[in-house]
Design a protein around this ligand. Structure first.
Ligand code: G
Ligand code: MN
Length: 397
């Protein structure tokens, strides 16, 4: 075969044969599709399942993916969503033997290139793949150009992808609750609200917040969490406190300080947690902001104490009413004299300053026993109850 001699830098754009990943759980379909596409001059790699396809995508680059929709395990639509998390350019052609409006609509929403109905005539398939491969090469070239020369605001493709994913996360956002109990008698003192989202590509709160940070939409996440807390709070025993996590950026959100908001109306029952993991250095007037929240009636907890490297700066900045010890200090504390020493001195310091201590992430009875002996005021962790729909009952001691 005679390859034209061209500048190698241009080769990937201009002349290399398109690499196609074909995904189908039916071996016959895989074989036939492979033969058709190879005859048309494409390089074909096949996968018999969605998970196998994800492995291939992680290690190889492709110009087009063709996937069946109905497959056991990861189906074509979820595969498409997973691909869009990492690659906004790869054209995905979905194929189905059972066309339905719903799957077609989802295919469009997640950015499928085409939606074809089986059996796909060979000519139609090769034509679609050929055009998709061209689209992919142009999109990649454009993105490379933008990354080299463009400013951030022009990365529209990325931004649109993150926004769509975040939107789904926000619309499926809910709050789980985990009890915080009195160390002295195991009665419920409070519940901590923990953000949960049903968006599969952002499986934990950290992922939602990362996406929100990239899209500059941290405030939208905070506001959605606070709305969710408001709804659950109406079901809560009025004697319980509710602990709500704040992202440091939330401290810059003016809506948090509105004196007449429904959230502020609940302030006397709310404790706002600020983590020690993130620095507060970039928050202007942080002390005044915290003081304003106190005036509105909120209490403040310093979360994850012992996890940061920043010494006790957050401690002195926030002057929290509650201090939550990080799980890393709690884990195996019954077997670690050093952890016991640290916790003993923190408890002493906090009590001298009139602050109360919550030990979180307690998983074993030995950890709980040790933390009670060390003088912690409140206990939280899987041993007592896992987070759940409002409001999970506590396991009996
Ligand atoms: O950063 P913050 O302390 O808010 O995070 C609490 C997280 O820890 C939640 O996601 C919650 O589900 C989790 N969690 C709560 N209790 C336990 C526990 O006993 N063990 C572990 N490993 N995780 C826990
Ligand atoms: Mn917390």
């Amino acid at each position: 075969m005679n390859r034209p001699l061209i500048d190698p830098a241009r080769r990937s754009v201009a002349s290399e044969r398109p690499r196609v990943l074909v995904v189908d759980d039916e071996p016959m379909v895989l074989k036939v599709t492979q033969r058709i596409l190879e005859r048309a001059g494409h390089v074909v790699v096949t996968s018999a399942s969605g998970s196998e396809a994800l492995c291939r995508l992680a290690t190889h680059s492709f110009d087009v993916m063709v996937s069946d929709i109905q497959m056991p395990g990861i189906g074509g639509l979820n595969l498409l969503r997973a691909v869009r998390e990492r690659d906004l350019d790869l054209p995905v052609v979905l194929v189905t033997g059972d066309p339905a409006v719903r799957s077609a609509a989802e295919a469009v929403e997640y950015g499928a290139y085409r939606y074809l109905i089986k059996p796909v005539p060979a000519l139609e398939l090769t034509g679609v793949i050929e055009r998709a491969a061209q689209v992919c090469r142009v999109a990649r070239a454009k993105r490379e150009y933008m990354e080299e020369y463009g400013s951030g605001e022009f990365r529209v493709g990325d931004r649109a992808g993150i926004d769509a994913t975040l939107e789904r996360a926000l619309s499926s956002l809910w709050t789980a609750y985990q009890p915080i109990v009195h160390a002295r008698d195991s009665s419920v003192f409070a519940y901590e609200a923990l953000m949960r989202s049903d968006e599969p590509s952002l499986p934990h709160p950290g992922a939602v917040l990362d996406a929100a940070e990239r899209a500059s939409r941290v405030h939208d996440v905070g506001r959605t969490v606070r709305e969710s807390v408001l709804i659950s709070a109406s079901l809560a025993d009025p004697g319980w406190f509710i602990f709500v996590n704040l992202h440091p950026e939330d401290l810059l959100d003016p809506t948090l300080y509105e004196a007449d908001s429904a959230f502020t109306a609940l302030a006397p029952r709310l404790v706002l947690e600020v983590t020690e993991r993130a620095s507060l250095d970039h928050i202007n007037d942080v002390k005044q902001r915290i003081a304003r929240l106190r005036e509105l009636g909120f209490r403040i907890a310093l979360d994850d104490l012992g996890a940061g490297y920043a010494g006790l700066t957050s401690f002195t900045t926030l002057e929290p009413e509650f201090v939550k010890l990080d799980m890393s200090l709690i884990r195996g504390i019954d077997r670690h004299p050093m952890k016991r020493r640290i916790v003993r001195s923190m408890v002493q310091l906090c009590h001298e300053m009139g602050k109360q201590i919550v030990a979180e992430g307690i998983e074993t009875a030995d950890e709980r026993g040790t933390l009670i002996d060390l003088g912690c005021d409140f206990l939280q962790g899987y041993l007592i109850a896992r987070p759940g729909r409002p409001f999970p009952a506590i396991h009996s001691a």
